[in-house]
Design a protein around this ligand. Structure first.
Ligand SMILES: Cc1ncc(COP(=O)(O)O)c(C=O)c1O
Length: 371
């Protein structure tokens, strides 16, 4: 079955009389039976049927079994905190800032050592496999859209004690398959493209090794990273249309990136689908599409980029991404993001008509010209 069909038909109860949609079960507490000590007793430990249905839908998309968390950061933390005391974590120079925060904080507390690598430095990542306990890759990455050479890095020989994790949020399970390339675990902020409507927080880990999955499950239970029933339901409902949304948005993203590249008021455009992108060639070797995320810099000072976002009339000036609505944000103003080019605008392309999106960008560029 094609992924697009699985997304729509998977994870549903086919018993006669059953509801097509798994009901929301708003209960933290469940009745016990002394002869079944492993039965569902408490939602933090066992989730609810809505969570189970979501996990059943998401796992096969990445070729493994899924565990859903209360947010992408809760999922990422479960992986990072698995690294033993005195261990080593390799992270990109600019991973998602929450991940960077946890990694650096752990180093400051002498919990572990952190190696920071350019995502495009494939040889550096492969050699990090020799002494790191965890390679944390994010690809395509926030916000320069660098694509790591996942086939080479994830496929390189390593000790079974070295875990390779990939934050695949920007690609979604539709555009790349890190587990098939040799990664141990793939993480998504399901808040973004999987949920797709900016109305929930949710995250997932997908792995093939049942023991690894059980470790993450135990961590989720003990740290309380479990997702609520309503968020599980909403994530599942959003995921049903992910293929339609991502395909539509990435078609528009390619058109918009090409137009921005030609625009005299734009200095640079970073989109993996552009031949000019430094990691376009590597992306083409394993990604089945280039996604709906890009960044671009208008001519002029950083304040112009902020003003451009303020002048948008249809696109939203907002931080999150991956929703049906297009969003833009100047990233350098976010605390901890000062290394980012001052005029960089991160652009999440939504599902509106592409010409309406272009008209809105064009008028905001014109309105801020000469700043
Ligand atoms: C690439 C990436 N990873 C992880 C996260 C964290 O996800 P969440 O906000 O669901 O905790 C985000 C959120 O923006 C993200 O963009």
């Amino acid at each position: 079955m094609q992924t697009s069909s699985w997304l729509i038909s998977g994870g549903r109860d086919r018993t006669v009389g059953a509801p097509l949609n798994v009901p929301i079960v708003p209960s933290s507490n469940f009745l016990l039976e002394s002869s079944d000590p492993d039965g569902r007793s408490y939602a933090r430990a066992h989730g609810t049927s809505s969570t189970e249905a979501l996990e059943a839908l998401l796992g096969p998309l990445d070729g493994g079994e899924a565990l859903v968390f209360s947010s992408g950061m809760a999922a990422a933390t479960a992986v990072l905190h698995r690294v033993p005391f005195g261990g080593t974590i390799a992270i990109p120079l600019d991973p998602y800032h929450g991940v960077k925060h946890i990694a650096i904080e752990g180093e400051t507390l002498n919990r572990w050592k952190v190696i920071r690598l350019d995502l495009a430095d494939t040889a550096g990542w492969v050699s990090a496999l020799e002494n790191a306990d965890l390679l944390w890759l994010e690809s395509p990455a926030n916000p320069l859209m660098t694509v790591a050479d996942l086939p080479t890095i994830c496929g390189a020989p390593r000790s079974p004690d070295t875990l390779v994790a990939v934050d695949s949020t920007f690609a979604t399970p539709l555009l790349q398959q890190p587990l098939a390339l040799g990664a141990d675990v793939v993480m998504h902020s399901a808040t973004k493209f999987i949920g797709g409507h900016s109305d929930l927080l949710s995250g997932s880990l997908v792995a093939r090794d049942p023991d690894l999955l059980e470790e993450f499950r135990a961590r989720r239970t003990i740290t309380g990273g479990s997702i609520g029933a309503l968020e599980s339901f909403l994530t599942l409902r959003g995921a049903r249309t992910m293929s339609l949304r991502v395909n539509h948005a990435q078609t528009s993203a390619q058109i918009l990136a090409e137009r921005l590249l030609e625009h005299p008021e734009i200095v640079s455009v970073r989109y993996p689908g552009l031949e000019s992108h430094p990691t376009h060639a590597v992306a083409k070797t394993f990604m089945t599409g280039f996604g709906a995320m890009m960044s671009f810099d208008p001519v002029g000072p950083g304040e112009r980029a902020g003003a451009l976002c303020d002048n948008l009339k249809m696109i939203f000036h907002a931080t999150s991404l991956g929703g049906v609505e297009s969003t833009m944000e100047r990233r350098a103003v976010i605390p901890g993001q000062e290394e980012i080019p001052p005029s960089l605008i991160r652009f999440s392309v939504g599902c509106e008509n592409v010409e309406d999106i272009w008209d809105d960008i064009s008028q905001a560029i014109d309105a801020t010209k000469g700043m």
